[in-house]
Design a protein around this ligand. Structure first.
Ligand code: PLP
Length: 429
């Protein structure tokens, strides 16, 4: 499979090159040259397939012959080392829990898959190292740190906005050591992301073989399709159409869901639910794409002013807004609405959500007003304990701390403070 740059269709690379580069040299995001729907036989028998078998069918066309089948199956099996349960919170409204992995965030899936692909591509290159450079608004850092910990030939450098991630998130990305380094940036997430983008374009850092582990990297993004199929597998027998709401920041998750639909997965409608960082909902309202600096919210992993993956979604619809709006809606919600939703969900079902999932729930409910008779699924993208204070305060509950989290809480934070791109560059050199 070849991937082209969204800035230049003639610039094509292999899967391996796209994974190793992250972003194309012309700053474009890579996009698969072909998207071939999976044959109907697969959908007819999906409920009889294991998650691993489904994932293999879904990803194989995107990897091609660049990773041997047995290795790819091994990578998938190590990636999917946890469950993806659906929990009904009210009639025909389900939470798809993506947080049962090692760092309790959905990003474990993409990070684990990408780390193992990179390790495979590096296996014969004892002389050259890759540096994974990643900006995080919260959960990416922890998932990437955990996914890449101890991977030979890969150094990981994580940039996060000082004071803007939760205590648990900070511990997850600053306490592992080994090949993982955390840089604490005096700024907001967009500053971190801008520095990372600048570093990729900096000729003088070329020898560091920089790559990204944000959802701009295809090996992070593509495996995020898997759990949309797992949800369908569990709900297929209902015979009802599906509406899926993704709490969205950089729009990687929802972009993977839409790609799954292009592979034939019967999802009727997608909702991108955002917090007050509402660049996409505004775009759908008035037709102009006008990014703004990000604002801090209680769903901080979605505090993104200029969502990277939106261009990929536009590519899938050939920039045809009419066709796009048929499949896709986007709504924005305030922090007040989010805490009200947390309380509401808890009251009607006893279910403890966290702020990102609650935003997803709100968007889903709004769309279900139009798609009555459908089954709705919202992604619960992180475990509530990762947003401990806000959840405990809002719901007046005490959450037990899962073992994955407890093990990092006692460890000592190690980070280097930086202020500017020059600091980052000096560090990398
Ligand atoms: C990253 C993240 C999101 C946003 O996902 P995107 O793919 O960037 O849209 C939502 N919720 C949580 C908890 C996250 O960590």
């Amino acid at each position: 499979m070849k991937y082209y740059s969204l800035n230049n269709k003639n610039l094509k690379v292999s899967f391996q090159e796209a994974v190793i580069q992250g972003l194309a040299p012309d700053k474009g995001l890579y996009f698969p040259e072909h998207i071939t729907p999976i044959e109907s036989d697969f959908y007819n028998k999906i409920e009889s397939l294991s998650n691993e078998a489904i994932a293999f069918e879904v990803i194989k066309q995107f990897v091609g012959d660049e990773i041997p089948e047995t290795t790819l199956k091994q990578i998938i099996s190590e990636t999917l080392c946890f469950d993806f349960p659906l929990v009904e919170v009210e009639k025909d409204v389900y939470s798809l829990e993506l947080f049962h992995g090692p760092t309790m965030a959905f990003k474990d899936v993409g990070a684990r898959f990408m780390a193992r692909c990179l390790a495979y591509f590096n296996k014969d290159k004892s002389d050259s190292k890759n540096t994974v450079l990643v900006a995080t608004s919260g959960d990416t850092g922890g998932a990437v740190a955990s996914g890449f910990l101890g991977v030979e030939g890969v150094e990981v450098v994580i940039l996060y906005p000082s004071g803007k991630v939760s205590d648990i998130q900070e511990k997850q990305l600053t306490t592992l050591g080994q090949n993982i380094t955390a840089l604490e940036v005096d700024g907001v997430f967009d500053d971190c992301q801008d520095m990372v983008k600048q570093a990729f374009l900096d000729e003088s850092l070329h020898h560091k073989n920089l790559t990204s582990a944000n959802s701009i990297n295809i090996a992070r993004w593509l495996p995020q399709m898997f759990y949309f199929f797992f949800a369908y597998k569990q709900l297929k027998q209902s015979g009802k159409s599906l509406v899926v709401s993704c709490p969205s920041g950089n729009f990687g998750n929802i972009c993977a869901g839409i790609l799954a639909k292009k592979l034939g997965l019967p999802i009727e409608h997608f909702v991108a639910s955002t917090n007050v960082n509402d660049t996409v909902p505004r775009f759908l309202k008035n037709g102009t794409y006008e990014p703004k600096p990000s604002k801090a919210t209680i769903s901080n992993a979605m505090d993104v002013g200029n969502p990277s993956n939106f261009v990929r979604i536009q590519e899938m619809y050939n920039n045809d807004l009419k066709a796009f709006e048929k499949d896709f809606s986007s709504f924005s919600f305030s922090d007040e609405e989010t805490t009200e939703a947390l309380k509401h969900i808890y009251k009607i079902s006893g279910y403890v959500a966290e702020p990102h999932g609650a935003v997803g729930y709100l968007g889903l409910k709004r769309q279900l007003e139009k798609n009555s008779g459908s089954i709705g699924v919202f992604l619960e993208t992180a475990h509530p304990v990762k947003f401990l204070e806000i959840v405990e305060e809002t719901l007046n509950v005490k959450l037990p701390i899962p073992s994955q989290i407890e093990s990092v809480m006692g460890k000592e934070k190690k980070s280097n403070k930086i202020k500017s791109y020059e600091d980052l560059k000096a560090f990398l050199k």
